[in-house]
Design a protein around this ligand. Structure first.
Ligand SMILES: [Zn+2]
Length: 249
């Protein structure tokens, strides 16, 4: 089974550091081909560490690693976004977690960065009301030529609503329950759903378990539910189509 993973992290997460090599070993153990990756070191505003994490993982995987520029409100308000833009990293997507200090205006400023770079825009969904999928409906509607990704697809009914009404919106399956993925496919969205795992955050949620086993089990369950064409799209080819479309947008 060929697998691409749209939702991978590297770097510092709270008091734990997940090195590029650690992430490489995991991705190899579950046989992931290409993946999109952001560095959670940015949460502590460690610029040097964030740049190191991304450059190192790209050097380990070359073209198979698609670096994501995780933008925080502070990067915009304290003017250090340029450090990331001026680095020699070829960013493939912008990401935000739309809570804490974000405002509607500052989120739009982050979208302008994605537009200037001509790359997609990914937003975390769920956990708090302010960043549930439906909250992004008007933004996705306002910029129909911008590709958006609703990371986590939460909540499912709002994700389906936004995707049905905005053809420029995709979703990933990081922490998405199987039954929600089934509902999205039943809604006819199979061409815009990308497998995502949120590794290594999985390690923190399933501390006592073998995460590579869980990772492969979820893939196996999905493969038993969907036919070959659907499962191949979700696990593998939608990822490639997504980045291909992003180049021509
Ligand atoms: Zn994540």
């Amino acid at each position: 089974m060929k697998v691409n993973d749209f939702h991978v992290h590297v770097g510092q997460f709270n008091d734990l550091y997940f090195s590029p090599e650690f992430i490489r070993d995991f991705l190899n153990s579950v046989d992931v081909d290409s993946f999109a990756v952001s560095s959670s070191s940015i949460c502590g505003h460690d610029i040097e560490q964030t740049l190191y994490d991304i450059k190192r993982i790209v050097s380990l995987f070359d073209k198979k690693a698609f670096p994501i520029l995780w933008i925080t409100p502070e990067m915009l308000s304290h003017n250090f976004l340029h450090v990331f833009l001026e680095s020699d990293i070829e960013w493939k997507c912008v990401k935000i977690r739309g809570f804490h200090n974000w405002t509607t205006d500052s989120i739009e400023s982050a979208v302008f960065v994605a537009q200037a770079l001509n790359i997609p825009f990914m937003m975390h969904t769920g956990g708090q009301q302010c960043c549930e999928a439906g909250q992004y409906y008007s933004l996705c509607k306002k910029y129909p030529h911008q590709l958006f990704v609703l990371a986590h697809s939460r909540p499912c009914d709002e994700t389906i609503f936004v995707m049905e009404n905005c053809k420029n919106v995709w979703a990933d399956t990081a922490f998405t329950p199987i039954e929600d993925i089934v509902r999205m496919v039943d809604a006819g969205l199979e061409d815009r759903i990308m497998w995502g795992s949120d590794y290594p955050i999985l390690e923190l949620y399933y501390k006592t378990q073998d995460v590579s086993k869980l990772y492969l089990e979820k893939i196996k369950t999905l493969s038993q539910i969907f036919n070959k064409s659907v499962i191949d799209k979700i696990l593998y080819s939608n990822f490639l189509s997504f980045f291909e479309i992003s180049k021509h947008n």
